[in-house]
Write a protein that binds this ligand. Structure first.
Ligand code: HEM
Length: 421
């Protein structure tokens, strides 16, 4: 398959298309999986006359193969469709955009904070945080579920894990909305390239200032928190304050916006499929493991990740690639692949096995926070339904204008308010 054979007018980078009808998206990806699973999507012609663009990978098996082969499909040139300007790459240059040897060195250090021992100790904190947020839900029995619950939980947990004082929470929420919702005018009203660049750079700079300051303070006086573990725990292998700040920018995006969107899609989906909700609530613990995996598959909050081909002659199936070719893995499409999932468009909380790729496919970049995210989702839905068993989404979700995150900015919910017993 050559670029010219495969060129199609596909709206995969069209932000309005992503913000509108999800059914249309599902239908397009289903037809690609069936007829043209690796289309080339052109994005204009470079000064050298060469057509720029990317190969869109829509099938589960291709996403799995590419994620497993970092030596052929690298992350070091960036993991989003469009190359980031150099200045932004300096701010955001964390492990997700690295290849070995830097990736394995930094991943080894940051993994210290995500061991099962650390996470076991965190369960109690996650429970307390969820209960605290539920206590503050409006007594009117009506709310924007995103701002009152879904967005607060993951951010508060990350702050507690890292040891970031609560007073910074509102600023962090605003800054991450700007960075991850950059293509949405609600977060950056000036949608020119200049306006977006300015807003994202300034939010990133403020985050870096805050985190570098906290890291320097912990090097002087270590505390019992993740920042101290990462910057001051070992003689020879720690993050520098700058590396800590860049890792933090990755964490607030990778860990926050993703989990928040699964929680929000979760309430929406369980409202749309009351039989599945009733089944789960009839025995929460018995269904929890499979229900959460199905919510992750259904929501697929990260829309895509990119890799860049590292040498000429790399093969994927029977297709040959050249050095510098971009391949983009569409997780939502892989998670509806009919050759892997029976009735992929059916939401089934008992689906088992469920080899979804919402956290990426197995490989060196597989989500570092997958256990933490699963823990948060489990506690969040258990406590939410225990306190407000009749909570439901009302009206249409207000979707994020983004081709990177399957985000919901606002979702109205109603519930009968009860005090904690
Ligand atoms: C439902 C929630 C989440 C989803 C769907 C999700 C999804 C993803 C995906 C798709 C990747 C890229 C995988 C790849 O390129 O192969 C990733 C990487 C990552 N995630 Fe998550 N994530 C979630 C929650 C979290 C949380 C809670 C944290 C930490 C607090 C986290 C930290 C990371 C980090 C550090 C990476 C980069 C790993 C690397 O490059 O080595 N994520 N995640």
């Amino acid at each position: 398959m050559t670029k010219t054979d495969s060129v199609q007018r596909l709206p995969l980078v069209d932000l309005d298309w992503w913000q509108s009808n999800p059914g249309e998206r599902d239908a397009l990806f289903a037809s690609l999986r069936a007829d043209n699973p690796r289309p080339f999507v052109p994005l204009g012609t470079g000064p050298d006359g060469v057509v720029k663009g990317f190969w869109a990978l829509t099938q589960h098996e291709d996403v799995v193969a590419v994620s497993r082969r970092p030596e052929d499909f690298g992350s070091g040139d960036g993991t989003q469709i469009f190359d980031q300007p150099q200045k932004l790459r300096e701010y955001r240059g964390s492990i997700i955009d690295m290849d070995n040897p830097e990736h394995s060195r930094l991943r080894r250090i940051v993994s210290r904070g995500f061991t099962s021992r650390n996470l076991g100790a965190l369960r109690g904190e996650v429970e307390n945080t969820v209960l605290e947020i539920l206590d503050q839900m409006p007594k009117s029995g009506e709310c924007d579920f995103v701002s009152e619950f879904a967005a607060v939980l993951p951010l508060r947990i990350i702050c507690e894990l890292l040891g970031i004082p609560r007073e910074h929470e509102a600023f962090l929420l605003e800054a991450t909305n700007v960075i991850l919702g950059a293509s949405d005018a609600e977060y950056i009203p000036d949608q020119s390239a200049h306006g977006i660049g300015l807003a994202v750079t300034s939010a990133s700079e403020e985050l870096i200032r805050l985190l570098s300051g906290l890291a320097e303070a912990r090097i002087e006086n270590p505390e019992d928190d993740l920042i101290s573990q990462l910057v001051a725990a070992k003689e020879d292998e720690n993050l520098t304050p700058g590396e800590m700040a860049r890792f933090f920018i990755l964490l607030v995006g990778a860990g926050n916006e993703t989990t928040r969107n699964v929680i929000t899609h979760g309430l929406l989906t369980l409202t749309l499929f009351p039989d599945q909700r009733d089944k789960w609530l009839s025995d929460y613990e018995a269904h929890s493991r499979t229900a959460i995996e199905e919510l992750l598959r259904w929501a697929s909050p990260v829309v895509h990740m990119r890799r860049t081909v590292t040498r000429d002659g790399v093969m994927l199936g029977d297709q040959e690639f050249s050095k510098g070719d971009k391949v983009v893995m569409w997780y939502g499409s892989a998670n509806r692949d009919e050759s892997v999932f029976e009735d992929p468009f059916t939401f089934d909380i008992e689906r088992d096995p469920n080899p979804h790729l919402a956290f990426g496919a197995p490989g060196p970049h597989f989500c570092l926070g997958a256990h933490l995210a699963r823990l948060e989702l489990d506690v969040a839905f258990r406590e939410l339904f225990r306190r407000f068993p009749d909570i439901k989404a009302v009206g249409e979700p207000d979707r994020l204008r983004s081709n990177f995150l399957n985000g919901i900015k606002h979702l109205q919910a109603t519930y009968t308010h009860t005090e904690a017993s």
